[in-house]
Write a protein that binds this ligand. Structure first.
Ligand SMILES: *Cc1c(COP(=O)(O)O)cnc(C)c1O
Length: 222
C-alpha cells in the first residue's frame, strides 16, 4: 500500500472541523511519500527514530514541522535540537534538562509534551501524575523549554471501553494541570489510526496518524 490521498483529504477535513492538529506519522516511509503529502499541504510530520528523522530533515523541504514521537534518549537530543518542532514523549526530568541545555546551545526554545503513562501494558513509557507535576515545577528553572501539554498512548486493545477510559483519564489530568498553569498548556496529543475518533471525542487536540495515511508499515523491508 502507498499513500492514501483520498483518506488524507477526508481525515484532514474532519480534523479541521474539530480544530484538531494532524501529525502525519511517516516513520519507515520513503521521502517520496512525504513529498506527496507535502504537495497536498501537510506540514506536520512525526518520526520516532533520531537517525531516520535527521536524514529526512536534511533532504526534505525546510518548512516541514518535525515532531519527535518516539522514546528519546538523552544522548541523542543534540542531533534534533537545531530543528525539532515538538518533542512528544518527554518522560523524565533528566531528558527535560538535556533538551533545555541543547536548546540553549542552538539559541532556541524547544516545545515539549510530557508523556503520561495511562495504558496498562508494562512496556509503555511515561510519567504518573506526581512525576508530571514534579517535572512541571522543575521546568520553571529551564528557560529554553516550553511545556505545551501532555501526550499519551492508550492500551493496544479491542476493549473499547478500556481505551475510552484511558483517554478520559488523560483528559482529566490535562484539564487539572491546565487549570493550574494556564498558558501555554494547550496540547493534548492522543489518538492514532485505530482510535483517533474516540480520542477526539474525549478531548484530544492533536492526533498522530500513520498507517491510515501511508498504508501499513513493513519493518522487514526497512
Ligand atoms: C507509530 C506511532 C503512531 C502512528 O501509529 P498508526 O497506528 O500507524 O497511526 C502514533 N504515535 C506513536 C507514538 C507512534 O509510535
Amino acid at each position: 500500500m502507498s499513500l492514501q490521498k483520498e483518506v488524507y483529504i477526508k481525515i484532514k477535513s474532519e480534523l479541521d472541523q474539530e480544530n484538531v492538529v494532524l501529525v502525519a506519522v511517516s516513520k519507515t516511509k520513503p521521502n517520496e511519500d512525504i513529498e506527496e503529502l507535502y504537495q497536498l499541504g501537510q506540514r506536520a510530520f512525526g518520526e520516532n527514530y533520531v537517525q531516520e528523522l535527521v536524514e529526512k530533515q536534511a533532504s526534505l523541504p525546510k518548512d516541514i514541522q518535525w515532531h519527535f514521537i518516539g522514546h528519546l534518549q538523552s544522548n541523542k537530543v543534540k542531533y534534533i535540537a537545531p530543528f525539532i518542532h515538538l518533542i512528544h514523549g518527554v518522560d523524565s526530568l533528566k531528558l527535560l534538562t538535556e533538551i533545555n541545555k541543547q536548546a540553549q546551545k542552538n539559541g532556541r526554545v524547544i516545545s515539549c509534551l510530557l508523556q503520561m503513562h495511562i495504558a496498562t501494558e508494562e512496556t509503555k513509557f511515561g510519567m504518573d501524575f506526581a512525576e508530571l507535576e514534579e517535572a512541571l515545577a522543575a521546568s520553571i528553572h529551564l528557560p529554553f523549554i516550553s511545556i505545551k501539554g501532555i501526550m499519551g498512548m492508550a492500551s493496544f486493545s479491542d476493549k473499547k471501553e478500556q481505551v475510552r477510559n484511558e483517554f478520559k483519564t488523560m483528559n482529566h489530568y490535562f484539564k487539572n494541570i491546565q487549570s493550574k498553569v494556564g498558558v501555554p498548556f494547550t496540547m493534548l496529543s492522543m489518538g492514532m489510526s485505530g482510535d483517533y475518533q474516540m480520542a477526539i471525542e474525549e478531548g484530544s487536540t492533536m492526533v498522530r496518524i500513520g498507517s491510515l495515511l501511508f498504508g501499513a508499515r513493513n519493518y522487514a523491508n526497512n
